[in-house]
Ligand binder design. Structure first.
Ligand SMILES: Nc1ncnc2c1ncn2[C@@H]1O[C@H](COP(=O)(O)OP(=O)(O)O)[C@@H](O)[C@H]1O
Ligand SMILES: [Mg+2]
Length: 244
């Protein structure tokens, strides 16, 4: 059952065509991984899906409904986002970061929000850090708070924009571990990441975006082992070499 569909999505900034007609669809419980060179439009694509950026042409549907017909607050609740640089509020504790949307957007009472926040912090392995401020947490812990915050809203889809790119190498695994658990638990995820181990093991579909276009898209094993396009082979080859 299709949850998200992009149809001929175009986006330009002044003199630059960033997305040049992107189309694809994903089902509920799919884990879509998007890879592509820096500047190819990956972040822009994610930002279009929750309307942090408006598209110029084409259409995006969430569960069959064109996203411009959805109230922005509803859309942001239904589509969560995890950012490369965490985007945590420095003056709020881990728990305070998770409760904010629960009270402000979902309208939960304070005790309900705290109970739910603590439950989700526990799920990402941070039960004992609920009272810590971001400055007291490692990068991996901060990102797990970011994931708990997104999950706690009970979204239909979570967008991940290079969630491990700002992390020291030894902290990447704990975040990928949480993402793997979510994937196995049936969370629908649209992930920009260059973690090829994650893509191989967790992705249902891998998309190679270059220069604002989908160059190739398919099961990860197909793109890794038997890509149709030379560009796919050379780009994935470079990423895989970097991981060795
Ligand atoms: N708000 C913006 N204003 C102008 N140009 C932008 C803006 N956001 C992104 N761009 C440009 O769009 C292109 C694609 O950016 P982005 O989507 O961030 O790529 P990626 O995430 O794949 O590295 C880049 O050339 C970038 O400079
Ligand atoms: Mg980006």
């Amino acid at each position: 059952m299709t949850l998200l569909e992009l149809e001929g999505v175009r986006k330009s900034y002044e003199d630059e065509d960033v997305l040049r007609g992107v189309s694809f669809a994903m089902d509920r419980q799919d884990v879509e991984v998007i890879v592509g060179p820096s500047g190819s439009g990956k972040s822009t694509l994610l930002r279009c899906v929750n309307r942090l950026t408006e598209i110029d042409d084409g259409a995006i549907y969430l569960d069959g409904e064109e996203i411009h017909g959805i109230d922005e607050n509803d859309l942001r609740r239904r589509v969560g986002m995890v950012f490369q640089d965490f985007n945590l509020f420095a003056h709020r504790t881990a728990r305070g970061n998770v409760t904010l949307g629960l009270t402000a957007v979902l309208g939960l009472s304070k005790p309900e929000a705290v109970e739910r926040a603590d439950d989700y912090l526990d799920r990402v392995g941070l039960a004992d850090q609920a009272d810590s401020y971001p400055a007291e947490l490692s990068g991996g812990q901060k990102q797990r708070v970011g994931i708990a915050r997104a999950l706690a809203m009970d979204p239909e889809l979570i967008l991940f924009d290079e969630p491990t790119s700002a992390l020291d190498p030894e902290l990447i695994g704990e975040v990928l571990g949480v993402m793997r658990d979510l994937a196995e638990g049936g969370t629908t995820m649209l992930c920009v990441t260059h973690e090829m181990g994650f893509a191989r093991s967790a992705a249902s579909t891998l998309t190679f975006l270059d220069d604002g276009r989908v160059v190739e898209r398919g099961p990860p094993e197909q793109l890794f082992e038997n890509p149709r396009e030379d560009r796919t082979r050379s780009f994935l080859g470079q990423l895989t070499d970097l991981e060795r």
